[in-house]
Design a protein around this ligand. Structure first.
Ligand code: ADP
Length: 407
């Protein structure tokens, strides 16, 4: 590169699932998004790539077989190249990868080396659905641009600060340690970003505020953040623990599993599928989309109403629990698909909590906006906020800061 070349400032963010890749290309000189897209149904005949350039030009959709992740990334690269944003560009500074499980070793974004890959691989037994897909995504990106720093940003990283009394399950210590069983927590990139943005909304430094973050998407988790540091979170060894989710049960008596084995004759895999894919809102009422559930409630559907009530009851229990964990709460922040869009969820979650200083203003709560905003009345002691999450921006920011620091 000559001295007249600009400093590379673009970061490609990749979120690789088992049969999908979501991507965003950002320019960190001004945090602008240049392109977003996804490839889904990789390995099937009906794969689909949806690419949206944000620098001008129309959204494009390609259908037809895409055999594997390598073919998917190649197709993405070709689409980006059509907009003059190809992966061979010298302006690309790094590729940032969302990696779901970083165990206890990774408490910060990390430049990927072979040792890092070996550790991500070692964590496959505790993240069998996610880490293999992340590994495939990284290997593919490395083969496309071997010269470029690849950075792993871990979903678990923000939660590594949890004190042991919050992270350890009350089971035999030797057994737990032998199998690395403890609470790790997930959605950490979102909890980190949203807790920081909430402090900003209050005009304070993150170190000055205690925040309960409620990340309510299809997956859902709560966290207690004291002075910018996570002290508890609702997901555990896997993302199954905690809140009622779209398709996951969240908390339940572990003896339900023995009962299903002994009395219902179900296999471990069948129970795994039941609790991860056929439970939560979908198990309770057949729908996991909160829009559809609200529509059914408006039509008088009692199953949908019960599913909603169970969802809210669990949410309220976690707000109460984390209030107690933190002692003093400055803000409760709602985020992700449900948290950002479903006003009735926000209203119901804090209903009756006025004695805790929590309330929602009906008019403010009804406002639709992409901006972080307060929805509590002025008199409320605790701020209630809607703070849109942006995991891709956070991954790009962290990856870029790391490569710029020369680490
Ligand atoms: P994930 O990233 O976990 O797949 P999202 O954060 O995108 O999930 O959230 C998806 C969920 O958000 C949907 O399943 C739906 O329940 C909810 N959702 C999205 N838009 C709305 C809306 N306008 N009103 C209510 N719920 C919504």
């Amino acid at each position: 590169m000559t001295s007249t070349d600009p400093t590379p400032s673009r970061v490609l963010v990749l979120n690789s699932g088992s049969s999908s890749v979501k991507y965003q290309l950002l320019d960190m000189a001004d945090s602008a998004r240049l392109a977003v897209g996804l490839v889904e149904r990789i390995g099937e005949e009906t794969s689909r790539l949806v690419h949206t350039p944000l620098t001008g030009g129309d959204k494009r959709e390609l259908t037809g077989p895409i055999a594997d992740h390598a073919a998917a990334l190649k197709a993405v690269s070709e689409e980006l190249a059509k907009d003059g944003l190809g992966l061979d560009s010298p302006e690309l500074a790094a590729i940032g990868h969302r990696v779901v499980h970083g165990g206890l070793k990774f408490s910060a974004p990390t430049v990927i080396t072979e040792e890092v890959m070996a550790e991500i691989e070692r964590l496959v037994p505790v993240a069998p659905l996610h880490n293999p897909a992340n590994i495939t995504g990284i290997r593919t990106a490395q083969s496309l641009r071997p010269d470029l720093p690849q950075v792993a940003v871990f979903d678990t990283a923000f939660h590594t600060t949890m004190p042991e009394h919050a992270a350890r399950y009350a089971i035999d210590v030797e057994t737990a340690d032998a199998h690395r069983i403890r609470r790790y927590g997930f959605h950490g990139t979102s909890h980190a970003y949203v807790s920081r943005e909430t402090a900003k909304l209050l005009g304070k430094d993150p170190s000055e505020v205690n925040v309960i973050v409620l990340h309510l998407g299809n997956g859902a988790s709560a966290s207690a953040v004291r002075g910018g540091v996570c002290v508890d979170t609702s997901m555990g060894l896997t993302p199954l623990e905690g809140l009622v989710m779209g398709t996951r049960s969240g908390d339940l008596d572990p003896a339900v599993i023995f009962h299903l084995e002994r009395v219902a004759g179900m296999s471990t895999d069948e129970i795994d599928t039941l609790l991860n894919k056929k439970s939560g809102l979908v198990g309770l009422c057949g729908d996991n989309d909160m829009r559809e559930i609200r529509r059914r409630i408006d039509e008088g559907d009692r199953r949908a109403a019960l599913a909603f009530d169970i969802y809210i009851h669990r949410l309220k229990k976690y707000i109460g629990a984390y209030y107690a964990v933190l002692g003093k709460v400055d803000a409760v922040a709602f985020t992700a698909g449900v948290g950002e869009n479903a006003a009735p969820v926000r209203e119901a979650a804090v209903l009756g909590l006025e004695e805790l200083g929590l309330a929602v203003d009906g008019e403010l709560n009804a406002v639709r906006s992409d901006a972080p905003r307060l929805i509590s009345p002025e008199y409320a002691r605790v701020a209630v906020a809607v703070v849109p999450t942006d995991e891709e921006l956070e991954i790009a920011t962290q990856a870029y800061a790391l490569v710029r620091s020369g680490a």
